[in-house]
Design a protein around this ligand. Sequence first.
Ligand SMILES: [Zn+2]
Length: 511
Amino acid sequence: MKFWVITDTTLPRINEDMVILPAFEHDFDGNRAKTESVGHFDSLASGALLKHASVRGFAGKNGQTMIHFLTSSILAAQKALLMGVGKSTEVTLQSLQTAVKEAFKQIGTDKAEQVTFDLKPLLALGLDPFAIGKMISITGHLILYTGLNYKTRNAPKNKFSKLRVLADAANAGAILQGLSEGDAIGRSVNFARDLTTMPANVLTPVALKNFAQLTEKESAGSIKGKYYDKKKLAKMKANAILAVNQGSSKAPWMSELTYTPEGGPTKDHLFIVGKSVCFDTGGLDLKPAAGMRFMKRDMAGGATALAILKAVAALKLPLSVTVILPAVENMPDGNAFRPGDYIETMSGLTVEVDNTDAEGRLTLADAITWAKKQGATHMVDFATLTGAVKSIGGDVAAGLFGNNASFTQLVAETARGQDEQVEVMTMYPELKDLNASDVADLSNSGGDLAGSTTAAWFIREFAGEETPWVHLDIASVAYRNRAIKLDPRGSTGYGVRTGIALVQAMAKMQK
Ligand SMILES: [Zn+2]
C-alpha cells in the first residue's frame, strides 16, 4: 500500500477512482450538508448526492456507507463513498474504526485501486492525527486481505494500491507517521496470516527456518539469526524438541533471531517463543480426521512471533527482542516417540510422555529453557496449545497465564488495548499436581481437568518463577470459522498487534 498526504486547503483535483467523504448525521437533517466536503460534492452534483442519500436511507449513521457515482467533468474520480461516522459529538477513534472498516469493505467490493480519504472533517473534531493515520492503515491492510491461496482460476485479489489523504498542513506529518507505522503493523499481521495458512507440504520446518532467514536479511543488520539443525539441537540437549520430531522424515530446525536496537542492547531483553509444529498428526496418539484437518496451522504461534519481530525491526523499536521458533513435525512412524517414553529435557527435568499429542509443551519446554540460558529478562510464548482453551473464551479470547502479576497485567492490558481479547487465568497451585508422573519429574499431560491450565503449569516448570513469563494459548483465536472484527474467516494473525505494542510499552517503561 502506497500512501501520502495532500495538504491543499481547497479540495484538490482528485485523480483516484474513489473519494471517501466522512459524513455526519447532521449533514442529512436539512437540505444542505454542513460538512464542507460533502456540501462541496453535493453542489458539484447539483444536489444529487443528498437526494441519492435520502432515497437510499443513508443518514450518516456510524458504519453506514453509500457509493455515489460522480458525473461532474471537473473530477477524474468516478465515485464518492459516503462514510457515515455518526454524531459529530460522539466520534471516538474506536467508533471511527467501525466506519473505516465498512469503508474498506466497500473499497474491496468495488475493487477500487486508488482512493482519497478526506480526513479534514475528522481532524476538526480534535482526534489525534497519528492515531487516525495508524488506525486507517492497519484497518486497510486487515480488511483488504484476501488470503493466501493456490487457485489458478478466479483467485480473489484486491487491486488496491494507493491511499491519499486530505489533511491540513499542521497535521500532515503526524498522519504520515501514523500511516507508516500502521503499514508496518498491518503487513506483519498479514504475513502471520499467510504463514499460518500455508499447507504443511509447503511450510516445513526448514521452510519456516528459511522465512526466519529472510526476515533476518530484510532487517539490514538489526536482526542476527542463529539456526540450529538436528545435530546442534542434540548437542544442546534439546531432547524434548527432538523427541517430538522423531517420527518425521523431515529435519527439525530451531531459529533464534535477535533484534538489537540502533543504540545497542537494552537492559530488558524480551524473548518471544512461538510454538512451531508445522504439522501435528497427534503422533502415535493419532488425532481423528476432523481434529487433524487443520493442523497445518499448529505453527501459528511461530508465525505470530516472527511477524512481531519483522515489525519491531521495521519500526526500529528501542528494545532488545529475541524470537525462538522450535520448528518440528509430529508424525507417527517406526521412529516416532511413544506414550510411556521418558525424555530428559534440556533443563535436566525428566518427562514421561503420557500422550504424544501433547507435543507443543515439550517443544516449548526446551525453547524456554534455551531462552533463559540466553539471558531473557522477560518471556512471552504464543502457542496453539490446547483445544480446552475454547471452553474459556470461545473463539473470541485467548487464554493468558503468567508467573508474575505485574507482567501478566501488562500483557493483558496491552492485548486489550489492541482489541485482541484475553482471559487471564488463575494458576491454582493444586492444578500443578495433575502433571505428576510415577516414573519421571513430570507427565506431559495433566488429564481432562483444566487442560489449558495444566498445560500452562507444565511450561511454567521450565520458565521458573524468577523470570517474568506469560503464556498465551491462542488455539481458540489463531484461526476461526467466521469473520470477526478485522479478522477474516481462517487465519487471523492474532497476537501480532499485542506483541508489537508490548515491545513499545516495555521500551517506554525502560526510559
Ligand atoms: Zn498435538
